[in-house]
Ligand binder design. Structure first.
Ligand code: SF4
Ligand code: SF4
Length: 366
């Protein structure tokens, strides 16, 4: 393991608390209760260990990371250890005072998420009346602070028709980068898939709209576009490869190669409460299980894409085809690829049955 390169980033889910209740949330159905969260001292130690391994980026996420009263302290500690800090937030708690605290702590970048372009629909999806208006204020504060602004819009069947309005909103807010991300079907989003999955025609139209906006905004605003795997011919390089570029920490301190890895049976994941981040990265068997290419079955093993997509997503292979060690069924070469057409027929907007009601994300007992 001496040749193992350090991970590029640490994705820190500081808490699963969140004032919003998005039905497309990728958080797990079994979320971490506040009493089980790492303490401030734990997080500061973990940041020291991250710096020791050579991690360069700290992505602060959740849940809503701003629900942690010690967020600025964590940011300041990371900045002092030379880590680039990226806050991923819904923005509803980003008051003037919170912004000032974060700036003083040395925050480098803020990604602000929106539930849509229209206030009513966005507030309905977030389950938080007045949330959209708060986000507009948060965007203004980020710009006035002189920080780079990334606006993030998650799209799905119920808001995809508003995509041009979302791009226009991102533009009007002065975004440097707009991320248009189709829902990724994990956690609550997987539970709500039948109400969220767009149709092929909707996807194609959205892709054309993004291409036109990219051309129009070239040199001014970067548009990132994350497509839904379900319509792809090849899988995504999930997390840049299992145990390859990122460590994902749950609020409880459990360290994962990706946020959904706990859905895979038979893997035991260590916690930073009792194992150092360095040891987890270098010698945890769960991180080694799907690292690299040795674990791959055919046709991945002999495929020229194997070090580009790393065989796709293990959690998706399990969720859709029942085998975490199998070929991601999104791949057109996968033995189970026909499943994708069946899923789209069952859950897409052409299905004979009407879409079921959305199940809002909820943290039990909070
Ligand atoms: S997707 Fe919505 S509910 Fe989930 S953490 Fe983000 S803002 Fe909260
Ligand atoms: S066969 Fe495997 S490595 Fe090749 S494209 Fe498909 S998932 Fe990727």
């Amino acid at each position: 393991m001496s040749t193992l390169a350090p991970p590029m980033g640490l994705i820190a889910e500081l808490t699963h608390r969140c004032p919003l209740q998005c039905a497309y949330c990728a958080n797990p159905l079994e979320m971490v209760a506040p009493r089980a969260e790492l303490s401030t001292a734990d997080w500061l130690r973990v940041i020291d260990e991250a710096a020791e391994i050579g991690i360069l980026q700290l992505h602060l996420t959740g849940g809503e990371p701003m629900a942690r009263p010690d967020l600025a302290q964590i940011v300041a500690h990371a900045a002092a250890r030379g880590l680039y800090t990226n806050l991923i937030t819904s923005g509803v708690l980003l008051s003037d005072a919170a912004m000032a605290e974060l700036l003083a702590a040395g925050i480098d970048h803020i990604q602000l998420s929106f539930q849509g372009a229209a206030e009513d629909a966005a507030d309905r999806m977030g389950g938080y009346k007045g949330g959209h208006a708060r986000k507009l204020e948060a965007a203004r504060r980020i710009r006035e602070a002189g920080l780079t602004l990334t606006t993030n819009f998650v799209i799905h069947r119920q808001n995809i028709a508003d995509l041009p309005a979302m791009i226009a909103l991102g533009e009007a807010l002065g975004s440097d980068r707009i991320e248009i991300a189709h829902t990724q079907y994990y956690g609550w989003a997987l539970k709500n898939r039948a109400a969220l999955l767009p149709g092929r025609a909707q996807l194609d139209e959205a892709t054309a709209q993004v291409a036109a906006a990219r051309e129009r905004l070239l040199g001014r605003i970067v548009i990132d576009y994350v497509v839904p795997d379900y319509y792809a011919e090849r899988p995504k390089a999930c997390m840049g490869g299992w145990g390859h570029r990122f460590i994902h920490l749950l609020p409880s301190g459990v360290a994962l190669p990706c946020h959904a890895a706990q859905t895979i049976p038979g893997l035991a994941f260590a916690s930073v409460r009792d194992t150092s981040l360095v040891d987890i990265w270098r010698s945890d068997p769960a991180f080694a299980r799907f690292r690299g290419t040795d674990w791959m079955p055919e046709p991945c093993r002999g495929c020229d894409q194997r070090e580009l997509d790393w065989g796709g997503c293990r959690c998706q292979a399990l969720a859709l085809a029942g085998d975490a060690a199998g070929v991601d069924p999104v791949c057109h070469k996968a033995p189970d690829h026909a499943i994708m057409a069946e899923l789209i027929a069952a859950d897409g907007p052409c299905a004979d049955v009407p879409a079921p009601p959305l199940v809002p994300r909820r943290l039990a007992g909070v």
